[in-house]
Design a binder for this molecule. Structure first.
Ligand code: CO
Length: 131
């Protein structure tokens, strides 16, 4: 555990972003999925032992719309593998690290995820992924 699961990049259009990954680097998407509860469409690309996750909003109140409006496209988060997202939230709180939510959320591909507030983890939005 503690391995990097993926790096999340916010994009306006997954289709346009694939020009780099598929067109230039020759990487085929390993799964595109809409996560309705979070208002996003995601596309994973396997690169060696880790993945790039492209995130595109599908509605104006999605969880990444604010980020896209304020900062534009770019690096959004780093995700680490954990045994249990719920236990990790509890442990984070003990350590003074602030989770964005007290309960884990559904992630793509049947995962359960938790996010940690960037201000409490060196300025990087951090996702914990339970497979
Ligand atoms: Co992610």
């Amino acid at each position: 555990m503690g391995e990097i699961d993926h790096i999340g990049i916010v994009v306006k259009s997954i289709e346009d972003a694939l020009k780099l990954y598929t067109g230039l680097l020759g990487v085929e998407p390993s799964g595109e999925e809409t996560v309705e509860a979070r208002g996003i469409k995601v596309c994973f690309l396997k690169l060696g032992g880790t993945k790039i996750e492209l995130l595109q909003p599908i509605r104006e109140d999605s969880e990444i719309s604010g980020y896209l409006a304020k900062k534009g496209e770019g690096m959004h988060h780093i995700a680490y593998k954990v045994d249990s997202a719920e236990d990790s939230i509890a442990k984070a709180k003990e350590l003074g690290i602030k989770p964005l939510s007290d309960v884990p959320k559904p992630g793509a591909h049947n995962t359960t995820v938790a996010f940690l507030h960037p201000k409490t983890v060196n300025g990087v939005l951090t996702e914990l992924v339970e497979h």
